[in-house]
Design a protein around this ligand. Structure first.
Ligand code: F6R
Length: 608
């Protein structure tokens, strides 16, 4: 949610900022801007629209001279996308320019205070208030001004700050929004995410809450709020820049869909040693696990949908009752939690504001927390008691695919692990499920082979206005994800329903030609699903069934079918989700949608 990049070095800064922002556009793309110190003063150029509008305006950065600067790509929160609301924002004197990712909750209060002191505002943003407040608090010492300002603001932020009185530096600071520092040779950086700076350096560290980084060409010093210096440990990034490039695919989403066999293999393989699941990073003992009387899964969006699948899996495998909560709801429902509750937090980015807040709330209430996270060192990973990383690699497309699949893989691993630890699963079943798990990457690859058939099928439906997904049990959980994938990238209205629930209201929407995608992978519920399929067919629906190879009975009731390979019931979601992802992709493709950057969305949602 909003991308920040900052540079101090010896090269012309504006083209470097534009290149970095291009790698961060997945975080927001309604406007973009840069601020550069040109030797005399800070020059700010910004414009509504995609980064290319800004790029053209400043001729790839050539128009701006200077070697120190900050840049921003925006996902609007306060104030509509416009030239004026775009970042960077400046103080009235022009001494400060800042870029911001996050939300300042008390900005109205601060704004009226500053207005009373004579400040004038030109934008609707909370960020401009911080720029003015910095100037108000500035009495010659930059660090003091930053610290005094941080003490006055409430909310979430990552800031990049330029001050014309100190033209040799950029300040970076964060709270509840990510910010990394990149260490180069005679040049140093701040950025919201690694791909923004990977072309120039692989040595980074992540700033922790309210650490203030003073970035200069010849070095970086990090301070805490007491103005003491903080030692940071550098981390070397060894993944290749190509991991964050499209690699010949039309879209990141297509590439990431195809990367799923590898991502799932990378997530599972290192954790199965000599036929046993080894979760090195889980410090829980058998006695501790035995005391859990409830598991609570908290997440947002697709990660929440993984949670819905996890409920079925954990209850079946461990016999421990499971609740699943949308993180933004969990926070405000006064949850009843104590030390006997295991809270599982799922997040690709590890920075989602609501999920992070839910984690903190769960910890405050005494729960034991485990996070399932893709971004190493992210806030959620750092703050949970234990972390299980998904090894999906960087996910750039806004719509998640490979992160979702690796999260599911970790759920299987953890559920089987816990089940065996507390003696619920027999040794024979344990061995069976491990071998099923090991077969998953190949079966994912086999499922992806049918993408051309799915492409052809999508051609029949891409002009539909409404598409329904139905399923029972774990297939219902899949329906939620299938429907979200479709609507977020193709903008087709879609609903997901528990198949038995449809007739309690929603079936009134089914009419001649309505497409209903019926997930029927669970053998024991197949007959029941077919009854629900008959109900919608009787009302004129066209049915696209999803089931396992060999289950031709579905062809009697469905007009179209996607088949997936056989695997144990509990792991079928990992295969059934694939045709749904591919279908959504091709529908959006055929409609000409901007697949990797759907309208109104951003990848990392760091505001509440
Ligand atoms: C949908 C999607 C989102 C995320 C959600 C949580 O395709 O990607 O629904 O799943 O915003 O994000 P993370 O997993 O980063 O916490």
């Amino acid at each position: 949610m909003c991308g920040i990049v900052g540079y101090v070095g010896n090269d012309q800064v504006a083209p470097i900022l534009l290149k970095g922002l291009a790698k961060l556009e997945y975080r927001g793309y309604d406007s973009a801007g840069v601020a550069v110190y040109d030797g005399t003063s800070i020059q700010v150029v910004k414009s509504k629209g995609r980064l290319k509008v800004l790029d053209e305006k400043i001729h790839g950065g050539a128009d701006l001279s200077g070697t120190v600067g900050i840049g921003h790509t925006r996902w609007a929160t306060h104030g509509k996308p416009s030239d004026l609301n775009a970042h960077p924002h400046s103080s009235e004197s022009g001494r400060f320019a800042i870029v911001h990712n996050g939300v300042i909750e008390n900005y109205l209060e601060l704004k009226s205070f500053l207005a009373e002191q004579g400040c004038h505002f030109i934008s609707e943003t909370d960020t401009e208030v911080v720029a003015q407040l910095l100037d108000f608090n500035y009495h010659g010492d930059l660090l003091d001004a930053v610290i005094t300002t941080l003490k006055k603001i409430r909310g979430s932020y990552a800031f990049g700050i330029l001050c014309s009185d100190f033209p040799d530096r950029v300040i970076g600071v964060r709270k509840e929004s990510p910010l990394i520092v990149g260490l180069g040779n005679g040049e140093n950086f701040i950025a919201s995410d690694i791909p923004a700076i990977l072309e120039r350096t692989r040595d980074i560290y992540r700033l922790q809450e309210n650490e203030i980084a003073v970035i200069k060409a010849d070095g970086v010093t990090v301070y805490n709020m007491e103005k003491q210096t903080v030692e940071k440990e550098t981390c070397h990034i060894d993944w290749d820049i190509s991991a964050a490039e499209k690699g010949g695919y039309d879209h990141f989403m297509a590439k990431e869909i195809m990367e799923q066999p590898k991502a799932v293999r990378d997530t599972i393989s290192p954790r199965i040693k000599n036929g046993r699941i080894v979760l090195d990073h889980i410090s829980l003992t058998r006695e501790q696990i035995e005391k859990f009387n409830r598991i609570l899964v908290v997440a947002c969006g697709s990660a929440y949908h993984v949670g819905v699948v996890a409920k079925y899996i954990f209850e079946r495998f461990t016999h421990i009752p499971v609740e699943v909560d949308v993180a933004s709801e969990f926070r405000y429902r006064d949850p009843i939690i104590d030390k006997n509750v295991l809270v599982l937090v799922i997040s690709q980015s590890g920075e989602t504001a609501d999920t992070l807040a839910a984690l903190r709330e769960a910890k405050r209430l005494g729960a034991r927390t485990i996070s399932i996270v893709n971004v190493v060192g992210s806030s959620i990973a750092n703050e949970s008691d234990d972390v299980l990383y998904t090894w999906a690699g960087p996910e750039i497309a806004v719509a998640t695919t490979k992160a979702y699949s690796t999260q599911l893989a970790v759920i299987y691993l953890l559920a089987i692990y816990i089940s065996e630890k507390i003696g619920v699963m027999s040794e024979a079943d344990y061995q069976f499920y491990i071998s099923e798990l090991q077969s998953l990457p190949d079966k994912i690859a086999e499922t992806l082979d049918s993408r051309e058939h799915i492409h052809e099928t999508a051609k029949q439906f891409y002009q539909k206005d409404d598409i329904f997904f139905i399923g029972r049990n774990i297939d219902y959980a899949m329906s939620l994800e299938g429907s979200l994938k479709l609507k977020e990238i193709s903008y087709i209205h879609s609903e997901a329903y528990a198949a038995g629930e449809l007739k309690h209201g929603t079936i009134s929407l089914i009419e001649n030609g309505t497409l209903v995608i019926a997930l029927a992978t669970q053998k024991r519920l197949f007959e029941k699903m077919m009854s629900n399929v008959k109900e919608v067919k009787a009302r004129g629906a066209t049915v696209l069934g999803v089931t396992t190879y060999g289950n031709q009975h579905i062809e009697k009731e469905s007009d179209f079918v996607f088949y997936v390979p056989e695997i144990c019931d509990m792991m079928l979601p990992s295969l059934a989700v694939l045709p749904l992802q591919i279908f959504a992709y091709y529908v959006a493709y055929l409609k000409g949608c901007d697949i990797d950057k759907p309208k109104n969305l951003a990848k990392s949602v760091t505001v509440e």
